[in-house]
Design a protein. Structure first.
Length: 191
């Protein structure tokens, strides 16, 4: 069972308000299900909308943020818990430790970096927690098509793209993550 879900998503809102609505709805849906949200503690963009949705619905929201982001006033202090760390590596390690699974919502470079790291760690046996992409309105489809091409070219095993959950909505995403076996621990610490 998923007790907490780490969500990677944009620190900006993007060009279409539907992404803000989606992030807020995902946060509220997770709270309604009793699933805690773990995220990067950002106050703006989709990150802020995700947190607001969960908090408004009475959910648990745990943020993990490096101190330099607080100095730039990128965080928020109204969360259930806020963990301040020194580096991005510590941030990702703690987020992985606090969660049952990972889900990428729409986002940019930071979202990609985070989801690829946990996915890679899962593939090489350093993390036992499932990873998914919320492919609402086909947001991730171009990326996923590229990854299939990389696999077909022989630079990634077919097992890699087959291992991730790709779902068009939160219900399917959560069901897919549950079916992949929700992890309870990191196999090795992130260093």
């Amino acid at each position: 069972m998923i007790e907490r879900l780490t969500c990677f998503t944009g620190s900006t809102t993007g060009n279409d308000p539907k992404w803000v609505d989606l992030a807020r709805a995902v946060g509220a849906d997770l709270a309604d299900r009793g699933i805690g949200v773990v995220y990067g503690a950002g106050g703006g963009g989709l990150m802020g909308a995700l947190a607001r949705g969960a908090l408004d619905a009475g959910g648990e929201v745990i943020g993990v943020i490096p101190s330099f982001m607080i100095e730039r006033e990128w965080g928020r202090d109204d969360l259930t818990e806020v963990h301040v760390v020194q580096t991005m590596h510590e941030r990702k390690a703690l987020m992985a430790d606090l969660t049952s699974a990972f889900l990428a919502l729409p986002g940019g470079m930071g979202t990609l970096e985070e989801v690829f790291e946990v996915w890679t760690r899962r593939q090489i046996g350093l993390l036992d927690k499932p990873v998914g992409f919320l492919d609402a309105d086909g947001f991730w489809t171009p990326l996923l098509d590229s990854l299939r091409g990389i696999s077909q070219a022989g630079f990634m095993s077919q097992a890699s793209p087959d291992d991730i959950v790709v779902a068009p909505d939160p219900d399917s995403a959560l069901a897919g993550l549950e079916s992949r076996g929700v992890g309870t621990r990191m196999l090795r610490p992130l260093t």
